[in-house]
Design a protein. Structure first.
Length: 117
């Protein structure tokens, strides 16, 4: 099983980051066929996502997005492409990261409907 880990720092605050995270959830549902669930918290939000061969979560705080996912055996063969697509989606939705900004490492996947709890 392949793992995917992507960290993206920002200076938006939780309110604006929340809007971007919800847009991201809708985008991965539409573009990647994921099922996403959005949970709002006091100091952080969580987007759980999954589809066949992929499951993970996106943690959203006032200063960072942190995505962790697990890819199944077959989907793991496309890890590089999946990581590139997720990174590109975040790049389109987020302004340039602050100095020392984006960190990323390898991990996995996605699927769940973007419905607030």
């Amino acid at each position: 099983m392949a793992d995917l880990h992507i960290v993206r720092k920002h200076a938006l605050g939780l309110k604006e980051a929340r809007k971007i995270a919800f847009n991201w959830a809708e985008q991965v549902e539409n573009d990647l066929g994921m099922s996403c669930t959005y949970e709002e918290g006091r100091s952080a939000d969580k987007v759980c996502f999954s589809r066949s061969g992929v499951q993970g979560e996106l943690q959203v705080t006032k200063d960072r997005f942190e995505l962790d996912a697990k890819l199944g055996f077959l989907v793991g063969a496309f890890k590089g492409r999946i990581e590139a697509e997720i990174t590109e989606m975040l790049n389109q939705l987020l302004p340039e990261p602050p100095a020392g900004g984006a960190g990323k490492t390898a991990a996995a996947a996605v699927k769940k409907p973007a419905t607030k709890k």
